[in-house]
Design a protein around this ligand. Structure first.
Ligand code: GLN
Length: 509
């Protein structure tokens, strides 16, 4: 375990010339160039990677499936393209995909037994765009069933709980736990495609010590994502360094006719300078969220935040305290009412008729058949959320709960908008604690569990871009800081994150 920790630290402290305007110096860009120019034998390389992936999986249970055959088939195709100088922009980059994102012919189950055996006949739009540029999919990563969880201990029946590579007695964070693990341990050029509804990318990023990035709602198409709560779900990325995310974002973002909520704008300029950006000598105005630095947040987390804030100030940024009273008072109930309501309708389709497991129907009524399938194959947390969500949208309760929550969500969005009228970036810790042990998690009530999302639900409800970035260690456990910008301001966020990366991870003053 110590080894893994040292390994991460060493990686972070390694000198790397990456800056926002010279992203080609990141390890991934070099690797892609080596593939494109034919310096690396793609097939042999992928075979080696698959072996490594199996090893990591044995140790940390991060995959639901490693798709060796499909990856090798892709590798062979790329090898051919290289010969004709036609390899794509991401040639040979290794990609893992959260289990709730569809990959053609590869079992995609959202880590739920009810979908076991489901092999999509199509690629999610994000996957299609990555494959077009010759990125190679090596496997699906384990998650909390349908995304219902904060620690990745709510995996579906028959799935293995992933283990934190820094201490295997501790959780990885969730729901994208497998994605967090493989991003932390992969010793090959890799990006994880993950998904967040209320913090599922940022929580494992913080607990596993990697970067987790979620764009503006709608920036990436949701087509092919197995829905949890459609008005909140966003596909995003996990990586070892900020710069590695940029080319992926440029390639995957943009309008998709198959997702009506996808944004029109294409974003091809993440890495370039734009005239409307702040001039170099203009100081970034940072708001540190007061509610994230007080009661309920571990002192070690607050200490790491304060140290980072000092470094930001030394760097010439102006950091002031801001308050988001509505978001912090109502965020958790609003999120859990809206997300469970949407989840309960989304999960209604898994009833053994068109989707999900089946059993012999003879002699059963429809309701007894549906109940049998759903009782047998959903895990406890899914059942809890179906009950909660169904209650919140029932005739007679709908106005009191669901509609009220929708109105409060608007207030929360307005609160962020007001604050972004003044500040460029907001920051807070990502999680109130460091990765807990499995026995600590067992003692939490469902409500205490839900409260762990207090810092991450706000930006998800508001649909703004946000990301978690490592800011240090406490007793070998990584700590993450979350940064947020206004809608559509991914570029500003990435630029801030790379600044933090330089300051914190590489020990610059
Ligand atoms: N922990 C939150 C939940 O359980 C968020 C999970 C997610 O983003 N999928 O709903």
């Amino acid at each position: 375990m110590k080894m893994a920790c040292l390994f991460l630290r060493e990686r972070w402290s390694r000198k790397n010339n990456f800056t926002m305007t010279s992203i080609h110096n990141s390890g991934i860009a070099e690797h892609i160039q080596n593939i494109q120019s034919g310096k690396i034998d793609v097939v042999a390389f992928v075979k080696k990677v698959i072996q490594l992936a199996r090893e990591y999986d044995r140790k940390y249970h991060c995959f639901t499936i490693i798709c060796e055959n499909e990856a090798l088939a892709q590798a062979k195709q790329i090898q051919e393209k290289v010969k004709h100088h036609q390899a794509g922009k991401l040639a040979g980059l290794l990609i893992t995909v959260k289990d709730n994102i569809c990959v053609k012919d590869v079992e995609s189950t959202a880590s739920s037994r009810i979908l076991k055996g489901y092999k999509p006949l199509f690629d999610a739009t994000v996957i299609e765009r990555l494959k077009k540029e010759d990125a190679i999919i090596i496997g699906k990563t384990v998650q909390d069933e349908f995304g219902f969880g904060t620690f990745c201990v709510n995996v579906g029946l028959g799935y293995r709980i992933p283990l934190n590579p820094l201490d295997v007695t501790r959780a990885t964070g969730g729901s994208s736990g497998g994605a967090g693990v493989i991003t932390a341990v992969a010793d090959f050029p890799h990006i994880a495609i993950a998904e967040t509804t209320g913090g599922s990318i940022e929580s494992p990023a913080a607990f596993c010590g990697v970067v987790g990035f979620s764009p503006t709602y709608g920036r990436l198409s949701r087509y092919g994502l197995i829905s949890y709560a459609d008005s909140l779900d966003k596909i995003g990325f996990m990586s070892k360094s900020v710069g590695d995310i940029i080319p992926l974002l440029e390639i995957t973002a943009g309008r998709d006719e198959l997702d009506g909520t996808s944004l029109d704008e294409t974003m091809k300029e993440y890495s370039g300078e734009k005239s409307e950006d702040k001039k170099k000598d203009q100081k970034l105005l940072i708001g540190v969220i007061k509610e994230g630095m007080g009661k309920g947040v571990a002192p070690t987390v607050i200490k790491a935040m304060k140290e980072t804030i000092e470094k930001l100030k030394q760097r010439g940024m102006v950091v002031e305290e801001v308050s988001l009273p509505v978001t912090f008072k109502y965020g958790i109930p609003t999120y859990y009412i809206l997300s469970t309501t949407e989840a309960s309708t989304n999960l209604a389709r898994y009833c053994g008729l068109r989707y999900g497991q089946e059993s012999p129907v003879r002699g059963k009524t429809f309701s007894s058949y549906f109940s049998e399938i759903r009782s047998e194959h959903f895990n406890t947390e899914s059942k809890r959320r179906i009950i909660l969500g169904t209650f919140a949208r029932m005739a007679g309760y709908r106005d009191a709960y669901y509609l009220k929550a929708a109105k409060v969500r608007t207030k929360i969005i307005e609160e962020y908008k007001t604050v972004f009228g003044k500040y460029d970036v907001l920051i807070s810790p990502t999680m109130p604690i460091t990765a807990p042990t499995f026995s600590e998690i067992k003692k939490l009530t469902p409500l205490q569990n839900y409260m762990m999302d207090i810092l991450t639900v706000g930006p998800n409800l508001a649909g703004i871009p946000h990301a978690s970035i490592p800011i240090g260690f406490e007793k070998n456990l990584p700590l993450g800081m979350m940064a947020m910008t206004n809608h559509y301001e991914e570029k500003k966020l990435l630029s801030f994150l790379s600044e933090v990366e330089r300051l914190v991870e590489r020990g610059e003053q």
